[in-house]
Design a protein around this ligand. Structure first.
Ligand code: NAP
Ligand code: MG
Length: 479
């Protein structure tokens, strides 16, 4: 199933990169090279955009919405059937535990299913202007959509944005993260086999600036959906300004998970652990700041650290609780932050290094930093690793103040049995999703996206369909 080398997928065909160059993708559990990947550059991006344009104006626009829907439903079923090879590839490439990879594959299938269902149901309005007029709106696809995706949930992020784009009649050019290109390419083969017209889905693998940068400044794309860091998001926004292209930015987070003393603490401990250690903390919506009401803090942290210390860390293929982080770079970055936290005065309660049984692989034990002050770097900056920072609060007002006291605003968790606490905070926290009494509650159906520097635009749910359509109003004077 794993090939030695992978070419670019452009216009329904596997093609070499114009430069003839390659780069390597690595297994984070072993540090071994998995495969050679074609290094796409601007010439390849031009080809891919041209192919997507041709498919958009040609065969894809000839299909009826219900025909597009059927193809997308077929793809959803095929992804479910191919769960094992897809999950296996994702685990090899990203390091995540196999059971988590399977979940993400099923969720990807669900995105295609959900948006397939919307393909023939998302339509315009008629607007009453009195007896002399008939007025209605059309929802037209934007055209060629660019998708620049990160390495933390590689296939799932593609499903999240490509499914609504295709459902509404657009075509796509995808630039996967250089660390995790394999499943984007596997998906291409699947779509080919199912009879998607050539050029509807194109994949240009390559480096950030070289492939992604060219894609985001390309004059003939019509929208950019970017998921990744704030720093790159800022560049993408500048790039989009070159030709006035709309952007959706899903950036990072430093999300608070707020635990009141009256919560069911057993559930809250389990959910707090899930919120930070799932995917080794490499989730933009991770609950990376634990805010605990002071009078239960000692007990809560003791229970949580016991749980963290019991987690099985290991290679993703062994189905552990937690796999390695994705790369050497990320490994070093996370360990640096653990040092910084201690220098800033936080106490290392558990974890903090590679578990002793591993000599290689980017493994980091589940880590807790206690006694973190709100203005320190580890309380403000996204670590994107299995590192929980613990802060305390006395009352609801203080919890709110700390929760909102960062530049990010992606999600927030609240654990309490008091509906007043929960809903007052939920309405006052500046974040795009609020989870009450279950971290990561919601699904493909629920709109997701950031406040503040976590970005703008909403993915998931019906809201995402707006990213890939524009409204045209047609007003008719009756004579
Ligand atoms: P990143 O460096 O911003 O990379 C994301 C993607 O952008 C990759 O495909 C990358 O390619 C590409 N890229 C890099 N430089 C580019 C440029 N100048 N022009 C165009 N594309 C460029 O982020 P990352 O380190 O991979 O991912 C971690 C970050 O993503 C975290 O901050 C995390 O919170 C955020 N994230 C957010 C969400 C969300 O939904 N809000 C989801 C997942 C991750 P290369 O891989 O080749 O560099
Ligand atoms: Mg890899």
């Amino acid at each position: 199933m794993l090939k030695q080398s992978y070419q670019l997928f452009i216009n329904g065909e596997w093609v070499p990169s114009r430069s003839g160059q390659w780069f390597e993708t690595v297994n984070p559990a072993t540090e071994e090279v998995l495969a050679q990947i074609a290094r796409g550059n601007k010439d390849d991006v031009h080809e891919a955009v041209a192919a997507a344009r041709q498919a958009f104006t040609g065969p894809w626009s000839q299909l009826k919405p219900k025909e597009r829907a059927r193809l997308l439903f077929d793809l959803a079923r095929a992804i479910e059937q191919q769960i094992e090879p897809l999950a296996h590839l994702e685990t090899l490439d990203s390091g995540k535990p196999l059971p988590l990879a399977r979940k993400e594959v099923l969720s990807t299938a669900r995105y295609f299913e959900y948006y397939a269902g919307a393909a023939d149901k998302f339509h315009g309005d008629s607007i009453p202007l009195g007896p002399d007029y008939v007025d209605f709106t059309l929802r037209e696809p934007v055209g060629v959509t660019a998708h620049i995706v990160p390495w933390n949930m590689p296939l799932n992020m593609i499903g999240r944005s490509v499914a609504p784009a295709l459902a509404t009649g657009n075509t796509a050019v995808v630039k996967p993260a250089e660390q995790t290109p394999l499943t984007a390419l596997y998906l291409a083969d699947m779509m080919n086999d199912l009879g998607f017209p050539a050029g509807v889905y194109n994949v240009v693998t390559g480096y950030g600036e070289e492939a992604g940068g060219t894609l985001s400044t390309h004059p003939d794309i019509d929208s950019i959906t970017f998921t990744g860091s704030v720093e790159t998001g800022r560049r993408i926004m500048h790039a989009a300004a070159t030709h006035i292209k709309p952007v959706v930015l899903e950036l990072g987070g430093k999300s608070p998970n707020i635990i009141f003393a009256d919560a069911d603490l057993e559930i809250a401990v389990a959910e707090a652990a899930k919120g930070i250690y799932a995917n080794s903390g490499q989730i933009c919506s991770a609950g990376s700041r634990l805010l605990v009401e002071k009078r239960v803090k000692e007990e809560f942290v003791a229970r949580l650290s016991q749980r963290a210390a019991q987690m099985r860390v290991g290679p993703g293929l062994d189905s552990p609780d937690m796999g390695p982080v994705v790369s050497q770079e990320q490994y070093e970055r996370v360990l640096d932050y653990i040092q910084i936290g201690q220098q800033e005065g936080a106490a290392l309660v558990t974890g903090g290094q590679r578990p002793a049984q591993f000599e290689r692989g980017y493994f980091i034990a589940p880590t807790i930093l206690d006694g973190v002050r709100p203005q320190t770097r580890v309380a403000q900056e996204e670590i994107f690793g299995p590192v929980l920072t613990v802060l305390t609060f006395e009352d609801e007002e203080e919890a709110l103040h700390i929760a909102n006291g960062v530049n990010y605003g992606l999600v927030a968790g609240i654990f309490t049995n008091n509906i007043n606490h929960a809903l007052r905070l939920a309405t006052r926290i500046k974040a795009g999703q609020i989870y009450i009494n279950e971290y990561f509650a919601g699904g493909e159906e629920t709109p997701f996206g950031g406040y503040k520097q976590s970005g703008f635009g909403r993915e998931k749910g019906l809201d995402a369909l707006h990213n890939y359509t524009q409204v045209k109003n047609i007003a008719i004077r009756l004579r």
